[in-house]
Write a protein that binds this ligand. Structure first.
Ligand SMILES: Nc1nc2c(ncn2[C@@H]2O[C@H](COP(=O)(O)OP(=O)(O)OP(=O)(O)O)[C@@H](O)[C@H]2O)c(=O)[nH]1
Ligand SMILES: Nc1nc2c(ncn2[C@@H]2O[C@H](COP(=O)(O)OP(=O)(O)OP(=O)(O)O)[C@@H](O)[C@H]2O)c(=O)[nH]1
Length: 439
């Protein structure tokens, strides 16, 4: 996998500007307003000798100086764990700030290459103004202007030289990839904003802007998550037929890359045909699914409202009967934290391994209790079970008649595994395989 470079720094120091310069695109969300880049964006940079993945860790609201510091600590922590090389960006115009000093202290202890960079040094005569920053005592200090492309290439040559030859970071088993899918207007972008923990001023992309697929990395409860194609979700003004059509294709693409799929349903509309198609696809692809019924605030509720909804979902999506259902309001924030709780729970199951001995104990008990129906007049015998994979947990069951196991029996075994090993919210996969008879 490609190595990872993270840009860290206070709001408004120019992280997005540098990010965009390196990625080679223009983005609407660079703004003078601090905190305006609220994404941690991932993008691949291929124009230097070694390709790498760049993360813009920007994006928090500086509520207060204390809160800012805390957020910067978290952001830097994430970058330190995640990245192979860190670019710590400071603002040459604003001068050295206390939070810079504190973060530098943190970064000093990191056993990874860290580049300390003063941005907004737009010309020679400003070099002197960066003098303050030398008091940090960090050794080499780079001065650049991201906006005017000054010193950026020199910096990047050193950054690229510091990259490890190969890295496995993004393969990390412990990043959970989440796709948020659903019909237009169900509240996907509102939900995404809630999950990321803030309201967002959505920039209107200028007409003709190419669509960027941007994933957003975030941390929740000490775990790391990647929200897939957040730019696509948040893209606004896609009201024309053509673009709506895109959104289904976009959803399918996001599902391909996901571990967990949040299927967002509008409480006002109930389940629609498009929801069924998308859910069917996610199920076929073996993804973990969670139903998120949004706009729960709009319903006049009585005792049976929730039950009816659950029934409808269970009926329409029989094959996904194990998938959790969460009722939320992205608008008010009601029960939004339940979404991430379910993601965490389901993901633990989705990536779980059970021991071969436990598996075989449960397997033989299940077979004892209910024998498999005859196939072509012959008994179906089972020998042995083994888990061959995760995401989804996949089991190979050895039998004398791999083609002869009835669908209902497969479901029976699956339910036994579900109960015994707490796979209550995860899809499972069973493969029947013939075994050479040893005589
Ligand atoms: N003069 C000057 N201005 C710059 C330079 N780089 C960025 N800026 C300006 O600084 C402001 C903030 O830039 P951003 O790239 O949005 O900053 P950021 O660090 O991503 O900010 P957050 O989104 O708040 O985290 C914008 O108005 C940029 O135009 C530079 O090299 N020189
Ligand atoms: N009452 C209520 N309105 C909501 C809720 N969530 C979203 N909305 C509103 O529903 C509309 C659509 O929300 P978006 O988040 O833009 O929906 P989306 O699924 O991203 O829409 P597309 O971009 O068209 O795919 C907006 O007017 C939101 O304010 C909710 O929980 N309750």
């Amino acid at each position: 996998m490609m190595p990872l470079v993270a840009i860290v720094g206070r709001p408004n120091v120019g992280k997005s500007t540098l990010f965009n310069r390196l990625v080679g695109r223009r983005k609407a969300i660079v703004d003078d307003m601090p905190g305006v880049t609220r994404d941690r964006n991932y993008e691949t940079v291929t124009r230097f000798e070694t390709p790498f993945i760049l993360i813009d860790t920007g994006g928090f609201e500086p509520v207060s100086e204390d809160r800012l510091l805390q957020q910067m600590r978290e952001q830097s922590q994430l970058a330190m764990e995640e990245a192979d090389v860190i670019i710590f960006l400071m603002d040459g115009r604003a001068g050295l700030t206390p939070s810079d000093v504190e973060v530098v202290e943190m970064l000093r202890r990191v056993k990874k290459p860290v580049f300390f960079v003063v941005n907004k040094v737009d010309g020679e005569k400003l070099e002197n103004e960066a003098a303050d920053f030398y008091t940090l005592g960090v050794g080499t200090l780079h001065t650049i202007s991201a906006e005017h492309n000054r010193g950026v290439i020199d910096l990047m040559e050193e950054v690229v030289a510091a990259l490890p030859k190969s890295s496995t970071r993004l393969d990390d088993e412990d990043i959970t990839r989440i796709a948020v899918v659903g019909r237009p207007n169900v509240g996907k972008s509102s939900l995404v904003n809630r999950l990321l923990g803030f309201e967002r001023v959505v920039a209107n992309p200028t007409p003709g802007t190419t669509r960027d697929s941007v994933d957003t990395l975030f941390a929740c409860n000490k775990k790391r998550y990647l929200l897939i194609d957040t730019a696509g979700i948040r893209r606004k003004g896609k009201t024309t037929q053509k673009l709506e059509k895109y959104s289904v294709v976009d959803s399918l693409r996001s599902i391909e890359r996901a571990d967990v799929v949040l299927i967002v349903i509008n409480a006002e509309e109930g389940v629609t045909e498009q929801d069924e198609r998308i859910a069917g696809y996610a199920f076929e692809a073996g993804k973990a699914c969670i139903f998120v019924v949004n706009k729960w605030d709009t319903l006049a509720k009585d005792n049976s409202t929730l039950g009816k909804f659950v029934d409808q979902i269970k009926t329409e999506f029989k094959y996904l009967s194990f998938a959790p259902i969460v009722f939320v309001s992205a608008k008010s924030g009601q029960r939004i934290n339940r979404v991430m709780e379910e993601v965490e729970r389901v993901m633990a199951q989705y990536s779980k391994r059970v021991s071969t001995s436990d598996l075989n104990r449960v397997f033989s008990e299940a077979v004892e209790k209910h024998h498999a129906p005859l196939s072509h007049g012959r008994r179906v015998k089972f020998y042995f079970a083994t888990q061959v994979g995760t995401k989804p947990p996949t089991f190979v069951l050895f039998t004398n008649q791999p083609e002869g196991v009835h669908f209902s029996y497969e479901r029976y075994l699956m339910n036994k595994f579900r109960e015994a090993f707490d796979f209550t919210g995860s899809p499972l996969k069973i493969i029947f395989r013939g075994r050479e008879r040893r005589e």
